[in-house]
Design a protein around this ligand. Structure first.
Ligand code: PMP
Length: 382
């Protein structure tokens, strides 16, 4: 019971996949499962044992603005940024959140004013991360409101702008804007590290850095102490801190990544970021080949730059493929669904229905199956 794929020599033997003709491939989320094999190779290097009496208090370090942050995690975050040189952390405050999702809510709260008669506008250049819009709309806060695509925003009023590196590095230049830089993907497996990001409010997440989305750890790097304090207040009133079990696991795993750059493990092993970059590069090469062959979709050409971390030039390996349906197909999301591929439709990101977003971070088997289904699109189309 084997499927030989026409575009490569890969043979799928996984029974889940060979019997999957009527299973929908769920690629609408960005679950970073492609890195599971790497962490399996690390075996018990990342294991954490927590005795029953540990972490029973809400507090960790009363002298820190972020009192509930474990010092081990603060140190590991500083260490990984010093290794990769992707963010300036000196004289800034680190605020830990339950994923960076909680942190962008905390940042909106901190950057808006309770004295203002009108909610402050939040904008982001399309295609923006859909949870910004969903998050604002779900809460119907009196403090802030969604105001759409930053590229077309022309009101003469204060606003908050979400800037996502890699997706939409479009920044409105008006002085009334308060910027939140979501740097979830500013790591060398995805994109060249071209500069030491030094913004007032930057967000990072463990989910995309090492792939541990399930631990729900994110961190903000904040310049202004008043903003930092307000963000901590938001997290205190919403979840009274952040799970210490998750914090200690994140500290351990970030530490293992940093240690591996000091002494590489067994012969033939790879540094973490090299491994992730190689995997994504291979996937993108195959994806482009299939997209070129099937003649139904197009994807934008990636930009290339010199990476100060890997010391070479390379093309961005996006975590998502923004595919555009060509040839008169109006609704890309529905077209893909008919092929058994669940993607996030363009309208959720503020772009047209001819676009859809497909995760590139699935398991190997799911990725192979994705390519097979995309090739089927050609057959149906011709
Ligand atoms: N920002 C962006 C741009 C993302 O893609 C994601 C995750 N998909 C997040 C933030 C949220 O990450 P977290 O898992 O830390 O909440």
């Amino acid at each position: 019971n084997q499927n030989r794929l026409p575009y490569s020599n890969v043979t799928i033997t996984n029974p889940l996949i060979t019997d999957s003709s009527n299973l929908i491939l769920r690629l609408e989320m960005g679950d970073p499962k492609l890195l599971v094999p790497y962490w399996k190779m690390m075996s018990d290097k990342c294991s954490v044992v927590i005795e029953g009496w540990k972490f029973m208090s809400h507090e960790s370090d009363a002298s820190n603005v972020c009192q509930y942050m474990l010092p081990e995690l603060g140190d590991a975050i500083k260490r990984i940024h010093s290794l990769v040189h992707n963010a300036a952390i000196q004289d800034k405050h680190i605020i830990v959140g339950t994923g960076s999702t909680q942190l962008f809510h905390a940042a909106w709260f901190a950057l808006s004013s309770s004295d203002s008669v009108r909610p402050i506008n939040i904008v982001s250049a399309a295609p923006f991360y859909s949870l910004y819009l969903d998050g604002v709309k779900a809460l119907r806060s009196g403090l802030y409101q969604w105001a759409g695509d930053a590229a077309t925003y022309d009101k003469d009023e204060p606003y908050i702008e979400m800037v996502t590196s890699q997706n939409n590095p479009v920044v409105r230049s008006a002085s009334q804007g308060k910027l939140i830089h979501d740097l979830a993907y500013y790591w060398p497996q995805y994109t060249p590290i071209t500069h030491h990001a030094d913004h007032d409010l930057m967000l990072f997440t463990f989910s995309k850095c090492t792939g541990h989305a399930g631990s729900r750890i994110g961190w903000a790097i904040v310049k202004d102490i008043q903003v930092a304090k307000k963000m901590v207040h938001f997290i205190q009133v919403s979840t009274t801190g952040v799970s210490k079990e998750s914090q200690i696991r994140a500290a351990k795993i970030l530490g293992v990544v940093c240690d591996s750059y000091q002494s590489l493990g067994p012969k033939g092993s790879e540094h973490f970021f090299d491994y992730g970059k190689r995997l994504l590069r291979e996937r993108w090469d195959r994806m482009r080949q299939v997209i070129g062959q099937c003649e139904v979709f197009t994807v934008a050409k990636p930009s290339s730059a010199y990476c100060n971390f890997t010391k070479e030039s390379f093309e961005t390996n996006s975590a998502f493929a923004w595919v555009k349906c060509e040839g008169g197909i109006e609704d890309c999301g529905t077209y893909l669904k008919n092929l058994g591929i669940l993607a996030r439709p363009g309208r959720l990101f503020g772009v047209g229905p001819e676009f859809a977003r497909i995760s590139m971070l699935s398991t190997n088997d799911e990725f192979d199956e994705l390519l097979t289904r995309l090739l089927n699109a050609r057959r149906e189309y011709n």
